[in-house]
Unconditional design. Structure first.
Length: 333
């Protein structure tokens, strides 16, 4: 059976960072019992699919997003995969029968117009969501202040409009996932016992032209970032664990300490990511992101603790001297 993975493209998706994020989970996470896992900003869901397949101790998962069309997609994939697949094959055949760029663009614009009318049943709405996601410019989901999807047509020769195996696998793994549509603060009432929150909110833009956080008509500005931090405080005070991803302001400007100050009492790690969505091709590529957590011992730090001492003992026995001061971890690599 195919592996469950994101069924849509999403700006800021975490597929490439999964292993780095996983290494910074709580050190003993694999030993927690009856875990509740909560993602208040589900987006493309890369972390969700990873967690549910790797950690069988997760007994309850809750996902949420303020984007109602996105959460409708998740519910449709979970509850009606066969009907969705049939509908996607139908729109794929219709689209592929068009032989010119102009005809395909006009078809795209007609689908976008109908989608924006917002009176569709879940199957049709999700079908059009998938189609627009796969054929729009750069796979970007963006709406205007009226909440209307406004991304122009892309130039894809053979877009994958229906990955049947992935949809079936995703549907199966979503069966025990509770899907919410609302503000992120509403997820708190679902936390109990051993709960881990993972936040992947709309990122704070590093430049005026790099903002892709308007995927709903409600912009996620600095006031929203501060409100999210205060929600993290509430989680911490209740005894639950959280991890949060965001852009690294210092990566753009060393003097910019917005998140370092905001999350100053928590643990902040920086990880490397590649970003391909930017209006300016020269600004695509490697950059750092931050991972904030309210715990210190991580799987990676636990690895260091268990690994460094045996290497040190072995070196002592062999009277090994390290002239270049290379760390044990570097030597392992």
């Amino acid at each position: 059976m195919a592996k469950a993975k994101p069924f849509i493209k999403w700006a800021g998706g975490k597929s490439q960072l999964i292993e780095q994020i996983d290494s910074l989970l709580p050190a003993d996470f694999g030993n927690w019992e009856n875990v509740t896992y909560i993602e208040p900003f589900i987006g493309g869901g890369a972390m969700l699919f990873h967690m549910l397949q790797k950690y069988r101790n997760i007994s309850h998962a809750v996902i949420n997003d303020i984007n109602g069309d996105l959460t409708t997609c998740y519910r449709t994939v979970r509850d009606q995969p066969e009907a969705l697949i049939e509908s996607l094959h139908s729109i794929r055949l219709e689209y592929q029968s068009l032989n010119s760029y102009d005809a395909r663009r006009d078809f795209y614009l007609a689908i976008r117009k109908r989608y924006n009318e917002k009176n569709l049943d879940p199957i049709e709405n999700t079908t059009k969501f998938f189609f627009l996601n796969r054929t729009c410019f750069n796979g970007l989901y963006r709406v205007n202040k009226k909440g209307l999807f406004n991304v122009p047509f892309g130039r894809y020769e053979h877009p994958l409009l229906c990955d049947e195996d992935t949809l079936i696998a995703d549907s199966e793994i979503l069966q025990n996932v509770e899907i919410l549509n609302g503000d992120f603060e509403g997820t708190f009432e679902y936390a109990s016992g051993n709960t881990l929150f993972y936040f992947d909110p709309p990122y704070r833009p590093l430049t005026e032209t790099s903002s892709f956080n308007d995927y709903t008509k409600e912009s996620f500005n600095d006031s929203a970032q501060i409100r999210l931090k205060e929600f993290c405080d509430k989680i911490d005070e209740a005894g639950f664990k959280f991890m949060l991803s965001n852009s690294d302001c210092k990566g753009k400007d060393e003097s910019e300490g917005f998140f370092d100050v905001l999350y100053g009492k928590y643990h902040i790690e920086r990880v490397w990511a590649s970003r391909s969505i930017n209006a300016n091709p020269d600004r695509r590529g490697k950059l750092t992101e931050i991972l904030v957590s309210n715990y210190q011992a991580t799987k990676m730090s636990d690895f260091y603790d268990n690994f460094l001492q045996p290497i040190s003992v072995a070196e002592e026995k062999l009277e090994y001297k390290n002239p270049t001061n290379i760390s044990a971890y570097d030597r392992l690599r």
